[in-house]
Design a binder for this molecule. Structure first.
Ligand SMILES: *[C@@H]1O[C@H](CO)[C@@H](O)[C@H](O)[C@H]1NC(C)=O
Ligand SMILES: *[C@@H]1O[C@H](CO)[C@@H](O)[C@H](O)[C@H]1NC(C)=O
Ligand SMILES: *[C@@H]1O[C@H](CO)[C@@H](O)[C@H](O)[C@H]1NC(C)=O
Ligand SMILES: *[C@@H]1O[C@H](CO)[C@@H](O)[C@H](O)[C@H]1NC(C)=O
Ligand SMILES: *[C@@H]1O[C@H](CO)[C@@H](O)[C@H](O)[C@H]1NC(C)=O
Ligand SMILES: *[C@@H]1O[C@H](CO)[C@@H](O)[C@H](O)[C@H]1NC(C)=O
Ligand SMILES: *[C@@H]1O[C@H](CO)[C@@H](O)[C@H](O)[C@H]1NC(C)=O
Ligand SMILES: *[C@@H]1O[C@H](CO)[C@@H](O)[C@H](O)[C@H]1NC(C)=O
Length: 870
């Protein structure tokens, strides 16, 4: 929305201005060293970008050949290396050597029903919750095709596959473009397009709900279906890579892009990323998991360093990316910020060592637009530069001709360049985009009024159904005094606030640079063009017509006299106030208050009407304490931002057509100072240091650890009915149920003995660590009068010796129940979920002692408890 009217240029001009200033400062803060060769792996070693034997599916590309000699990554990264300037020297060895320090991972055998060989177009169904898909064989096939394709390509052809071209230029249609390679062994190139909630800068698409509302459903089926529908729209528009999902963590409540992501908890964000990616890639599109990593504020996003300790990095910020790798993500986008003083796109530790090494990522890493700061970034793991040449006015790519020179003069080994191109083409083959039926790009996001390049292909299908389903399932009922909701055919109904109405200049219009009318998404590259946008006014008026209610309204947020005159009870049986708060890419919110004087509007209505209801459309947390306890406020709905069906979704809950089951994906504090982290301001001409000093204690984990009572805790949400929990049982999942290799049994035994297993390639995504190890079952019963869905959440309480926060989310499910109905529900726990990252031993380790298990309705509303004994 914000960027719709000004187009992409705004993002790029920010990138340009800051890019220049950060290029200068980067020389001071990160040291780039080039070594001619390393003894262990001479640069003349033959390329071993070879795929390993079939028995090594998880990490085939990086694993060595049968002879056990060094892998491609080992040999290439030894010839030239970028070393970061870590805050502490304790990691410098790992940083300098990168993936070279990791031995190959354990061999793993596909196990039917548990670890089946999986093609991304045919993932396990969402109900097959115990299945860990094995994408190894599919990657292996894709690598074989890619290697055959690139083997004869010249340096220039290889470079061209890694370097964006003419983004926004005369002929470029997409936000990122990779040119075709001509000739008999040619290849059509790539179209990369925003964004996380739909095909941006295109028409006849669906504007899906943003990530934050998707996560607040806590409903895997809905998350998966949204992914599938989005993926198929990207494919049908002829794009190759969708620049999403976005999975940065809501560390800072004001952060401008929080609406794009999946909330404040790494497990919730990880599962949301996993289901979204399985769905999107099933739709045929390559995903791009972003922004890797520690990109949790917009202020100084290109001139700040997120300083994050290794344990927090593993347990919180990289976790959704680990789950993305497990979902077979084709690409990952490195972020604008620095990590410990080294830019994310040239960070050997996070790219080579953690992502490609420890997680076994086999796709490619693409820079955020303008986030590349050096050519030698390729040695740290960067595979593609965007927007590349001709992207930012007046700048040339660090790749392109410069990269070719580095290769031609031996600074960058050709094997590394081949590895980059191989990864990029393998991702394309992995999604079967070589199929003759794969649609060519049929829209032009950069020239939307050019009829010659816009075919206006309608890709919407009936995807609006999942928009409405997610919209209503994401509404969180925060307050409902004496069953004020659902509405029961009121005689009169009064609406207040501009957020109730359509925008004055259409669903995509902006006035004064920000939102106008009903807020259905945030701004920036995480937005899309609304094909239509249903406002609450339209949806509620339809009910008024049905119910023979007299409806009236004041949409002027500041005409409080009119509000007080027209909104009075008992003349108005119910008064619904609509308020919002907006943010977008490039700017954080300055505060946690409502826009357009929302607090005053609420007070004005509540002062004259004793049945005042408040509907909030917000991109993230707000402080609601100044008004929420007002005795005349009988109901409060947290509706977030939910895409093109927002008005219908809200009306479905207000009128009881849908019993609310949404849960807060973050904590609402009583006071802004109760949050453990805030926005760190920019430093003029320098790099702002962002210390992640709160470590593991973000959001509810901090409130629990510091004994601070929030207004509404993470996971909270009311229903029109009530639920009872009982009969919790914990059982061990039989080890012989699968068919683990001898090696896996050893790793399991070691873990059970309380040891951390060594880091190897793919060790953090290994089967033994992620397959179910314990099963927690319990009964849920609907004890009220209406049907409804409950979201049981499982929290672990690790012994204090582990250093974990008091409660951590490690499971959730959703149960729909008729009145009186009871169902047994199951949540599985993997060894990974039962581990913490031992930074000293560099491995996942179970805590010493029993682990408490609670299942309940929020992070503070535990209903049944148990223990796990190892
Ligand atoms: C780093 O390497 C040096 C030299 O090989 C060694 O003395 C030192 O102990 C290593 N540090 C760590 C943290 O492994
Ligand atoms: C490849 O072919 C396209 C279309 O025929 C042409 O526009 C482009 O200039 C060619 N590229 C090169 C590098 O020759
Ligand atoms: C950043 O520094 C911390 C503290 O020394 C360390 O634990 C962490 O691994 C470093 N991360 C990176 C990516 O260098
Ligand atoms: C290789 O080429 C790059 C780019 O032109 C240049 O910066 C670098 O100094 C060259 N290195 C050598 C060893 O010639
Ligand atoms: C909160 O921030 C918004 C812009 O981000 C601004 O319009 C508004 O005036 C601020 N409100 C307060 C109370 O400071
Ligand atoms: C609640 O609403 C009634 C009108 O129904 C009004 O008289 C009363 O003052 C309001 N209460 C507060 C605390 O504003
Ligand atoms: C277990 O694996 C072995 C060898 O890989 C195979 O022969 C056997 O049939 C498998 N058993 C099951 C139950 O899958
Ligand atoms: C989750 O979504 C699915 C698919 O729409 C639906 O069948 C199920 O009832 C939902 N769960 C709850 C608790 O509403």
């Amino acid at each position: 929305m914000l960027l719709f009217s000004v187009g992409l240029w705004q993002v790029f001009s920010i990138a340009l201005v800051n890019g220049q200033s950060t290029v200068q400062s980067s020389a001071a803060s990160s040291s780039i060293s080039v070594a001619s060769s390393a003894p262990s792996a001479p640069s003349t070693a033959p390329a071993s970008v070879s795929v390993s034997s079939a028995s090594l599916p998880l990490s085939s590309i990086s694993l060595s050949s049968a002879s056990g000699s060094s892998s491609a990554i080992v040999s290439s990264s030894s010839a030239a290396s970028i070393s970061s300037a870590p805050v502490s020297s304790s990691t410098s060895n790992a940083t300098a050597t990168g993936i070279a320090s990791l031995p190959p991972g354990p061999s793993q055998v596909p196990i039917p029903g548990i670890f089946p060989a999986t093609d991304p177009l045919n993932p396990p169904s969402v109900d097959q919750i115990t299945v860990v898909p094995d994408f190894g064989p599919a990657w292996k096939d894709a690598y074989a095709k890619a290697r055959a394709k690139v083997s004869d390509w010249s340096v220039d052809q290889l470079v061209s596959t890694t370097t964006g071209l003419a983004a926004l230029g005369i002929t470029a249609r997409c936000v990122g473009n990779i040119a075709a390679v001509n000739g008999s062994d040619g290849w059509p190139g790539l179209c990369l397009q925003d964004g996380p909630l739909g095909v941006r800068l295109a028409d006849r698409i669906t504007a899906f709900p943003p990530g934050i509302n998707t996560a607040s459903t806590f409903n895997r089926s809905l998350i998966r279906t949204r992914g599938l529908f989005m993926g198929s729209e990207f494919k049908d528009k002829g794009t190759n890579i969708a620049l999403g999902p976005m999975m940065n963590i809501l560390r800072v409540p004001q952060a401008g892009r929080n609406f794009e992501g999946f909330g404040a908890d790494p497990f919730l964000a990880g599962e949301s990323a996993y289901e979204t990616i399985l769905g999107m890639q099933q739709g045929g599109i390559q995903v791009c998991a972003k922004h890797y990593v520690d990109n949790e504020q917009e202020t100084a996003r290109m001139t700040s360093s997120s300083n994050v300790d290794d344990r927090t990095q593993h347990e919180i910020y990289t976790h959704p990316f680990l789950r993305s790798v497990m979902a077979g993500a084709a690409s990952v986008m490195c972020s604008y910020n620095q990590i410990n003083g080294t830019y994310a796109c040239e960070n050997d530790k996070t790219l080579n060592d953690i992502l490609k090494g420890e997680f076994g990522f086999q796709g490619f890493v693409v820079s955020d637009w303008g986030a590349t700061h050096s050519t030698l970034a390729v040695m740290a793991g960067l595979d593609m530069d965007m927007p590349g040449n001709g992207g930012l006015p007046g700048t040339n790519s660090f790749f392109g001709d410069t990269l070719a020179e580095y290769v031609n003069n031996g600074t960058v080994p050709k094997e590394r360049l081949q590895d980059m191109a191989t990864r990029i083409l393998a991702s394309w083959f992995f999604l079967h985009q070589d199929s003759p039926s794969y649609p060519p790009t049929n829209f032009d996001g950069n020239h939307q009024s050019n009829e010659a390049t816009n075919e206006h292909v309608d890709v919407q299908d009936d995807h609006k159904t999942v928009v409405r389903d997610i919209g209503r399932a994401s509404v969180v009922l925060l307050k409902n005094t004496d069953g004020a909701l659902p509405l029961k055919k009121p005689r009169t109904i009064f609406l207040a606030g501009s957020d109730a109405r359509p925008g004055i200049i259409g669903p995509n219009g902006v006035t004064n640079g920000i939102d106008d009318g009903i807020l259905g998404m945030g701004g920036g590259s995480g937005s899309a063009t609304f094909p239509y946008l249903v406002s609450p006014y339209e949806a509620i008026q339809r009910h008024a017509i049905e119910d023979h209610s007299s409806i009236s309204w004041v949409f002027d947020d500041f005409n409080l006299n009119a509000v007080r005159t027209m909104g009075r009870s008992p003349a108005q049986e119910v008064a619904v106030v609509f308020v919002n708060a907006f943010s977008g890419e490039g700017s954080d919110r300055a505060n946690l208050t409502l826009f357009h004087g929302g607090e005053d509007l609420i007070q004005a209505v509540a002062s004259v009407n004793d049945n005042t209801m408040v509907v909030i459309n917000s991109v993230g947390p707000l402080i609601v304490d100044s008004w929420i306890d007002h005795p005349n406020i009988t109901a409060v709905l947290w509706a977030g931002v939910s895409g093109q069906e927002t008005g219908n979704a809200i009306a479905d809950v207000l009128y009881g057509d849908f019993n609310p089951s949404g849960r807060l994906p973050f904590t609402i504090a009583k006071n802004i100072d109760d949050y453990p982290a805030g926005v760190v301001p920019a430093v003029r001409g320098g790099i702002a240091q962002v210390p992640y000093e709160e470590g593991l204690q973000i959001d509810y984990r901090a409130f629990d650890a510091r004994n601070i009572t929030p207004r509404f805790e993470f996971g909270f949400g009311l229903s029109f009915t009530s639920f009872e929990y009982s009969n919790l049982q914990v059982s061990r999942v039989g080890r012989d149920q699968g068919n683990e290799s001898r090696r896996d049994l050893d790793l399991i035994a070691n873990w059970e003995a309380g040891e951390a297993n060594p880091r190897t390639v793919g060790s953090s995504t290994a089967l033994w660590l992620h397959r179910p190890a314990f099963e927690v079952t319990f009964d849920v019963q609907n004890t009220g009068d209406v049907a409804g869905g409950e979201i049981p959440q499982l929290y672990l309480h690790m012994p204090s010796s582990s250093g974990e926060p008091p409660s951590i989310l490690k499971g959730f499910t959703d149960v729909f129940l008729a009145p009186g109905q009871r169902k047994r529900a199951t949540v599985h726990l993997s060894r990974h979920s039962l581990s913490f990252w031992d930074a000293e031993a560099q491995g996942w380790r179970r805590p010493d002692g029993d682990v408490g298990v609670s299942v309940g309705a929020s992070s503070r509303d535990f209903r049944v408890n148990g223990r796990i004994r190892f």
